[in-house]
Design a binder for this molecule. Structure first.
Ligand SMILES: Nc1nc2c(c(=O)[nH]1)N[C@H]1C(S)=C(S)[C@@H](COP(=O)(O)OP(=O)(O)OC[C@H]3O[C@@H](n4cnc5c(N)ncnc54)[C@H](O)[C@@H]3O)O[C@H]1N2
Ligand code: MOO
Length: 408
């Protein structure tokens, strides 16, 4: 029996305690990954841009490159006439310099010719043979993106621990970064419970339940840039579970055990985690609902982080989002923080004093409402858009008062 009840820790403090005791961040070996395979991975270290962007001063509009001083005061009623210079070729640097009181046809993205400092948009120009009638003045730099305006060569364009998503890949591609140093943090998953069976069993045996948690955890880990490995379903026998945990640990950096973390005589995770080498079992139960029976342990030699997550699917999911994810971010040294917002409650929300609570929620008519859910529900997050967080000292939030939301 775990007996965690008297020793509940606050969630933030628990994350802090574990990160400190295990000396996060850890550096696992980096893999040199091609940009095409880097989507969804996390950066192993800061990376700097080898080039400035843009690599040359370029036009943001179709129009005419001019020297702004030449078109001061130009308007439809008082146009300025300039000589027609050479057209700027695309994909090349113009081999000419803009002559005195000249305008050169330039296309969006073209290289600004030497001697020009702005672009007059095509709509404000009338070109005739040899002459260009400019009907609008422009300031120096107008309709132009100067070389290095967005970033200079050497600028940090990715931080250690950053998740490489669509936004990052577009940037890295623009800078010619074709290989990326990536982390591979392996997270093992064990589901335990005599009643838990593989999701693929055709006919569910009486009294059994399909393993949902390892699928949820695996998908969340992949989405967050970690590398899940499933070690299957293990019985409630202490020897079986102990053996499975010992063997799985050798193959991963982090090990998750879903189920068996509570106080029943069939719940052995706490007992097994208490034998983990120093610093060992660090947290035995959280001041969190759902998610109270959470166990956090780890060793420094070898470097391992172990989590016991509650078996109830919603509890397991909340612990994964609110405890596992921040721990993994700390482990890889990411600066990412939890996104949250404040919104008016669309209904009374009842909390319990002394417990931090997370409720699946949705936004209806611009207000946050909790969805009906129990910790044993499997699909509660499917229809939720947010988690409603009630801090530990919040009991009831009345309709119209503000609540904190975490986007899902
Ligand atoms: N007397 C008490 N009983 C319970 C307490 C308590 O304080 N005193 N805590 C409750 C809370 S809170 C939770 S949460 C659960 C968690 O218990 P365990 O972590 O030991 O989880 P299990 O008993 O193994 O399973 C709970 C529940 O979830 C189902 N389950 C387990 N694994 C999976 C899986 N991989 N996929 C889908 N469903 C799974 C399992 O069949 C059980 O129904 O304990 C309360 N009890
Ligand atoms: O704390 Mo349990 O995780 O409420 O269902």
């Amino acid at each position: 029996m775990s007996g965690f009840v008297e020793e509940l820790a606050n969630r933030d403090e628990a994350v802090e305690r574990v990160s400190y005791a295990l000396s996060f961040p850890w550096y696992s070996e980096e893999e040199n990954v091609s940009l095409g395979d880097a989507f969804g991975r996390r950066l192993a270290r800061d990376i700097r841009s080898p080039e400035s962007f843009p690599p040359f001063s370029r036009s943001l509009r179709d129009g005419y490159a001019v020297l702004s001083d030449d078109v001061v005061g130009a308007s439809p009623s008082a146009p300025v006439f300039l000589d027609l210079g050479e057209e700027v070729p695309m994909g090349q640097c113009p081999a000419f310099r803009l002559g005195i009181r000249e305008a050169s046809l330039i296309h969006t993205g073209g290289v600004l010719p030497v001697g020009s400092d702005a672009v007059v948009m095509l709509e404000d120009v009338e070109a005739s043979v040899g002459l260009v009638e400019i009907r609008a003045s422009v300031q120096a730099g107008e309709n132009v993106m100067p070389e290095g305006e967005e970033l200079l060569a050497g600028a940090v364009v990715g931080r250690r621990g950053d998740l490489l998503d669509h936004r990052a890949l577009g940037l890295l591609a623009a800078l010619g970064i074709s290989r990326v140093p990536c982390l591979r943090v392996t997270v093992g998953i064990i589901s335990t419970g005599d009643e838990v069976v593989d999701m693929a069993v055709e006919k569910l045996p009486p009294g059994c339940i399909r393993d949902a948690n390892s699928w949820f955890l695996s998908a969340l880990l992949r989405k967050e840039g970690f590398y899940p490995v499933s070690f299957g379903i293990v019985s409630d026998k202490e020897e079986d579970l102990s053996e499975a945990i010992a063997s799985a640990q050798t193959q991963c950096d982090v090990l998750l055990v879903s189920g068996g973390s509570s106080v029943s005589i069939r719940d052995h995770v706490s007992q097994i985690f208490s034998k983990v080498p120093s610093p060992g079992l660090l947290v035995r139960g959280l001041n969190l609902s759902p998610g109270k029976p959470t166990l956090l342990a780890g060793s420094l030699n070898p470097r391992k982080l172990l989590l016991g997550l509650p078996g109830h699917p919603l509890s397991c999911a909340i612990v994964a989002l609110a405890v596992l994810k921040p721990l993994l971010l700390r482990l890889v040294g990411s600066e990412e923080t939890q996104a949250s917002s404040i919104m008016e409650a669309g209904a009374d929300i009842f909390g319990r004093a002394g417990l931090e609570e997370f409720l699946p929620g949705a936004v209806r008519s611009g207000r946050a409402v909790p969805l009906t859910a129990k910790s044993g529900f499997v699909g509660a997050l499917r229809s939720a858009t947010h988690l409603i967080r009630l801090p530990q000292n919040t009991e009831t939030i009345r309709k119209g008062e503000e609540v904190e939301l975490w986007p899902l």
